[in-house]
Design a protein around this ligand. Structure first.
Ligand SMILES: *[C@@H]1O[C@H](CO)[C@@H](O)[C@H](O)[C@H]1NC(C)=O
Ligand SMILES: *[C@@H]1O[C@H](CO)[C@@H](O)[C@H](O)[C@H]1NC(C)=O
Ligand SMILES: *[C@@H]1O[C@H](CO)[C@@H](O)[C@H](O)[C@H]1NC(C)=O
Ligand SMILES: *[C@@H]1O[C@H](CO)[C@@H](O)[C@H](O)[C@H]1NC(C)=O
Ligand SMILES: *[C@@H]1O[C@H](CO)[C@@H](O)[C@H](O)[C@H]1NC(C)=O
Ligand SMILES: *[C@@H]1O[C@H](CO)[C@@H](O)[C@H](O)[C@H]1NC(C)=O
Length: 551
């Protein structure tokens, strides 16, 4: 271990007050380029996100608003770490969870001054698409769009991940439909706000049984507005002195030869053999791989319990570990052969074919609807029968009851969320109260007039209220959704991330759990809460509905 005196370099980095500008990175075909001079851009990246240590760990976490540590809101840690990132030849960092309520000016500018770009995950612990009970809903839409708002203004924002390792085996492939909807809606939001074009992609884990399907799914179809702009691979198959063939890198490279958007390693650096000598770096940036891959991101900067660190940090001091020296020497030695944008005529122009739904793949190409908080609120205001303020368990039971009422099963059509059939109700992205209200109300209205009074009781869990007759925008949104809630709402959401102001609610179906996927190796630790998502109750209730005792 060595300690470097970082103070001098850091002072220089922070001397500029104005917003630093770097040349944005743009995508053409399956490669990245510096926008102005057209030089090809290969990622020499480092994952940069410290774990949150809730009770007195050594981190500088501020848990007032979040249960994670935003790695680029604290200028003193950027100041501390940038000189080390530079020694590693870093030109991009990957951050897994940022707090959109904080300012990122200082870190982003200091990174820009060091020629370092940022690729950011849009999710966060407790605010991600959960593979076992997936949903793409109002709360997640708000989270994603507020992160976009927070970072879109910096020229060194390189891209966003709409999901990380969500689908990870054949049992949860349906979750990919919700992530692809998130890709679509994030791209649309960037356009709607007239931000600079910033790519939106996905980071996958390396799962042999569904490798091909998942890569095809996110890229497939003629509707490029829903397709990823780049594909990130979290891959740990090269350990120690492995080889191009033994690691399977040869096959991965062959698989992506014709992929029509950039691909790169969104995480790499197996630690089964230590120290990590990073012999894969030579392969990744060498003649066989660099025509296909745009480099990669090493997991990760901070040494933590999972033992992937390049440095260990204690307060304001940084000690480099053995892996640090190996990586910096390997990176310094590479010279990937590149092409200038002007001379590059992409030949990989065809999108992948969509995987067909069957035993290995359960996500239809028909994607979930765009979350629209305004629509949900308009609908709820118009209801006559609504739930009382009830617990999650009670809500789950009630869903089971009302959706299980055989002859009246239509009452839940408006809140269906079935990615396999591609069948979605217009209100399936609303919050649990709103969804429940929709179903109870539909049941209530379906009863003959003389039974109605008692039909909105549900064992004392629901009550009637005055309906607000929809007018204006509410009226047209509700008309698009249709009387059964099975219509297609095409109006774009007007409430933008920042203005709907509910980032702290976190109680929609997006709440995280141990099986969430905000940050892979970070997230697999006990760091992220163990709340149970409402979505879990919903899906349980749907499944077990018929067994429930009717009220
Ligand atoms: C193009 O611009 C980038 C960033 O400004 C720079 O790093 C690179 O060296 C430039 N390429 C050439 C050929 O000058
Ligand atoms: C934590 O952040 C909040 C704002 O998000 C701020 O008001 C508070 O002072 C911070 N606390 C500490 C200890 O830094
Ligand atoms: C697939 O993932 C689920 C949880 O998401 C897990 O229970 C199951 O064991 C996994 N199956 C395989 C074959 O890995
Ligand atoms: C890996 O290869 C290097 C260089 O050939 C050698 O010095 C080292 O002992 C090897 N490590 C292992 C674990 O085989
Ligand atoms: C759910 O929706 C209802 C009705 O629009 C609203 O009053 C409530 O605040 C929402 N709950 C959450 C947790 O966002
Ligand atoms: C979707 O619908 C199919 C066919 O009805 C059914 O088998 C499957 O269980 C449903 N999936 C979910 C998540 O409800």
């Amino acid at each position: 271990m060595r300690n470097f005196g970082a103070a001098v370099a850091a002072a220089a980095i922070f001397s500029k007050a104005a917003l630093a500008a770097v040349d944005p990175i743009v995508i053409k075909g399956s490669k990245f380029f510096y926008q102005t001079n057209g030089t090809q851009f290969f990622m020499k990246g480092i994952a940069y996100q410290q774990e949150y240590a809730p009770n007195g760990g050594s981190t500088s976490a501020n848990s007032t608003n979040t249960d994670y540590t935003d790695p680029i809101s604290d200028s003193s840690s950027c100041e501390r770490d940038i000189p080390y990132l530079q020694q590693l030849g870093t030109n991009v960092i990957r951050v897994y969870a940022i707090d959109p309520t904080q300012s990122h000016d200082k870190c982003m500018n200091a990174l820009a001054d060091a020629g370092i770009y940022v690729i950011a995950d849009l999710s966060a612990p407790g605010q991600s698409i959960i593979r076992s009970s997936p949903s793409w809903n109002d709360d997640l839409y708000t989270r994603y769009t507020t992160v976009v708002d927070a970072l879109a203004g910096y020229t060194n924002t390189l891209g966003f991940f709409a999901g990380n390792e969500v689908t990870n085996n054949a049992t949860n492939t349906d979750a990919s439909a919700f992530v692809k909807a998130a890709v679509r809606d994030t791209k649309a939001y960037i356009k709607q706000k007239n931000y600079r074009t910033i790519g939106v992609g996905y980071a996958t884990s390396d799962d042999a049984d569904i490798r091909e399907q998942v890569a095809d799914y996110f890229d497939c179809g003629n509707d490029r507005a829903s397709a990823i702009d780049f594909w990130g691979y979290n891959i740990y198959s090269w350990c120690g002195n492995s080889t191009y063939e033994e690691s399977g890198f040869d096959q991965r490279t062959a698989e992506f030869l014709n992929y029509n958007v950039p691909v790169f390693f969104a995480e790499y650096g197996c630690n089964e053999v230590e120290p990590r000598t990073f012999t894969e770096v030579e392969a990744l940036y060498g003649d066989q791989m660099s025509p296909v891959w745009s480099g990669g991101i090493v997991y990760m900067y901070f040494q933590e319990a999972n033992n992937y660190g390049l440095v260990s940090v204690s307060g304001n001091s940084v000690s480099t570990l053995a892996d640090f020296g190996y990586l910096s020497r390997q990176i310094a030695a590479v010279t990937p052969s590149s092409v200038n944008s002007a001379d590059y005529n992409p030949t990989n122009t065809a999108a992948a074919a969509c995987p067909s739904v069957g035993s290995q793949w359960a996500a239809s190409n028909n994607l979930p609807p765009t979350p629209n908080r305004e629509l949900c609120q308009c609908m709820y205001s118009a209801l006559t029968c609504v739930p009382h303020d009830i617990s999650l368990e009670e809500a789950g039971d009630l869903f089971g009851t009302v959706c299980g009422l055989g002859a009246n099963s239509d009452v839940c059509a408006g809140i269906t969320n079935n990615a396999t059939t591609g069948n979605y109700g217009a209100y399936g992205m609303c919050n649990a109260t709103e969804q429940l209200g929709w179903a109870l109300n539909a049941y209530y209205l379906a009863q003959p007039g003389n039974n109605r009074a008692s039909a909105c009781d549900f064992g004392g869990s629901a009550t009637t209220k005055a309906s607000v007759s929809p007018t204006g925008q509410c009226k047209s949104l509700i008309a698009e959704a249709g009387p059964q809630g099975t219509g297609t709402v095409t109006s774009a959401p007007t409430a933008t991330g920042g203005s709907s102001g509910s980032r702290s609610s976190g109680s929609g179906s997006g709440s995280g759990s141990g099986s969430g996927n905000a940050a892979p190796r970070v997230g697999s630790k006990a760091v992220f809460g163990t709340e149970i998502a409402i979505a879990t109750y919903l899906s349980l209730a749907f499944v077990s509905g018929v067994c429930m005792i009717f009220l």
